[in-house]
Design a protein around this ligand. Structure first.
Ligand SMILES: Cc1cc2nc3c(=O)[nH]c(=O)nc-3n(C[C@H](O)[C@H](O)[C@H](O)COP(=O)(O)OP(=O)(O)OC[C@H]3O[C@@H](n4cnc5c(N)ncnc54)[C@H](O)[C@@H]3O)c2cc1C
Length: 388
């Protein structure tokens, strides 16, 4: 076991991997400690949606900065992250038209190719969908990527720049002295460093306690499944978030879709629960829901389903930056949406740690003190929480 570093990153999910890459790219010596293996938490279960549409502009900006990394992965990181550009539809009922128009306009002002479209155009872009009088935001550049490949790719590039990854090493204590962190103890020995980052996903509440810090973080559990798509269903099928029916879906290759539901996600409980399969009722509920939007899937059959877990914060937005003893940082609370933002969050966190401020990516809205100060983040145009 290596015994010293500039920065210890706890957790080899996509967030820890991205941070390790950006730190190593800046010349910092980094050790990533992972209790299991790469992508063992939320990352390995993630649906991988890569889109910009958020009603909180600070979050959309993170997603937009990150998207360039997915699109230009080979030049920026090297290798493959599985990014597939399918286009993305955010579908809302017609009485939300002003909200969709306003969000889409603010994303366009940032440089995103985003337009508000109406029913005829939605039908033209996605002919397999049953559309009444809904409206949508359309992002032709968005799509999905492979979360496991993304995390492994970041870590391979980080290691090529000198970072060290230790798997099967559970952090069991955070050491402090004189009010600041000095390192950690793990199941495989101790590591010293003046900076320790908690990127432990659903376990981040437990890891924070090791540093004497209480996080307002719940464990959020989310089921997804893959459904076979019969040949008769009209293609293309883009990535869709369907606010009307409270679900999302995306293609997986040519003959499957991945579906997830926004409601009935378990909130609370232990992150150590088994996630091998979805809840017994999930397949029926998801099939009934998706058939309303894609009627041709009435003949589709589930190939598999599984569950995953992430850390959920009170405003369903991440906690990023210093908290607790000096040198202790949070990169957690990603609340079921932290895959697409990881390349940008890692960049901003590396700047915050090494330069004292995040210049390229403004992470200040996500500071931890917002919870104590009652400044919970809300979208500019009257959003609602994604997960129910
Ligand atoms: C089913 C599902 C679907 C999702 N779909 C999307 C999506 O489409 N788009 C999107 O943007 N986001 C999505 N998300 C959210 C996204 O996947 C997560 O926000 C993101 O993967 C979080 O990454 P992470 O690195 O913070 O956490 P994780 O991937 O959970 O990694 C944390 C790591 O820390 C390790 N760890 C924990 N405790 C310790 C310890 N004491 N010592 C050492 N290591 C430790 C764990 O083993 C784990 O590997 C989804 C999440 C789920 C569960």
């Amino acid at each position: 076991m290596t015994d010293t570093a500039d920065v210890i990153v706890i957790g080899a999910g996509v967030q820890g991997a991205s941070l390790a890459f950006h730190l190593a790219s800046r010349g910092a010596s980094v050790v990533i400690l992972e209790r299991s293996v790469i992508g063992a938490g939320a990352t390995g279960r993630s649906s991988g949606l890569v889109r910009v549409y958020y009603d909180l502009l600070a979050e959309a900006r993170l997603a937009w900065i990150a998207q360039a990394w997915f699109r230009e992965w080979d030049e920026r990181v090297g290798g493959e992250c599985g990014f597939t550009r399918t286009g993305f539809l955010w579908i809302e009922p017609r009485d939300h038209i002003e909200r969709v128009r306003a969000n889409s306009a603010s994303h366009r002002a940032m440089g995103v190719d985003s337009t508000m479209i109406e029913a005829d155009e939605i039908r033209r872009l996605a002919p397999g969908l049953e559309i009444g009088d809904e409206v949508a935001a359309w992002e032709p550049e968005s799509g999905y990527a492979d979360p496991s490949m993304t995390a492994s790719g970041f870590l391979a590039a980080a290691k090529a720049k000198g970072a060290r990854l230790v798997q099967n090493a559970e952090v069991t204590a955070v050491r402090t002295g004189g009010g600041r962190v000095t390192g950690v103890e793990t199941s495989r020995g101790a590591v010293s460093a003046p900076v320790v980052v908690n990127a432990a996903g659903g376990w981040a509440g437990h890891v924070a306690k090791l540093a004497g810090l209480d996080l307002p973080l719940s464990v959020w559990r989310h089921d997804t499944g893959y459904l076979g798509v019969p040949e008769e269903v009209a293609r293309p099928i883009p990535v869709v978030i369907d606010i009307v029916h409270g679900m999302y879906f995306r293609p997986e290759g040519a003959d499957m879709v991945l579906v997830g539901l926004e409601d009935d996600n378990q909130i609370g409980g232990s992150p150590d629960r088994d996630t091998a399969d979805a809840a017994p009722s999930f397949r029926d509920r998801a099939a009934e829901r998706i058939v309303r939007r894609v009627p041709g899937l009435v003949d589709g059959t589930f190939r598999s389903s599984h569950s995953g877990q992430d850390g959920l914060s009170p405003d369903q937005r991440p906690m990023l930056g210093p908290a607790g003893p000096d040198g202790f940082y949070l990169d957690c609370g990603h609340s079921g949406t932290g895959f697409k933002t990881a390349p940008a969050v890692g960049l901003g966190m590396a700047e915050l740690i090494l330069d004292g401020t995040s210049a390229t990516v403004d992470l200040s809205p996500f500071a931890f003190d917002r919870f104590a100060e009652g400044r919970l983040l809300v979208g500019e145009h009257g959003d609602q929480h994604a997960w129910r």
